[in-house]
Design a protein around this ligand. Structure first.
Ligand SMILES: [Zn+2]
Length: 93
């Protein structure tokens, strides 16, 4: 049913779970060449305003992170998906 949805507030809890973990241990797939590997193995360039993350195989940009004192911008258009190790859930929600 097309009207069977809730608004984005429903993402608050699930996103807090995910973004509170060490994402360097996550595995990602490069959107450009399809290489699958750990975020910790990507190349991070910190000479730009913010951090630019590149694939170690094709060298295309996978992620960008810019921080100011009260904001963060995370651009992940170069990663198809992140596989994030999580503690096992017990509530089956
Ligand atoms: Zn790549």
């Amino acid at each position: 049913m097309i009207d069977d949805y809730t608004d984005g507030n429903a993402l608050a809890g699930p996103f807090m779970d995910i973004f509170a973990v060490d994402l360097s241990m996550a595995q990602g797939t490069c959107a450009h060449c399809g290489t699958h590997g750990m975020v910790a193995q990507m190349r991070v360039y910190d000479h730009a305003p913010g951090l630019v993350v590149r694939c170690p195989i094709c060298e295309e940009v996978t992620m960008r992170l810019v921080r100011t004192p009260d904001r963060a911008w995370l651009d992940m258009r170069g990663v198809v998906a992140l596989e994030i190790p999580m503690a096992a859930r017990t509530d089956h929600a």
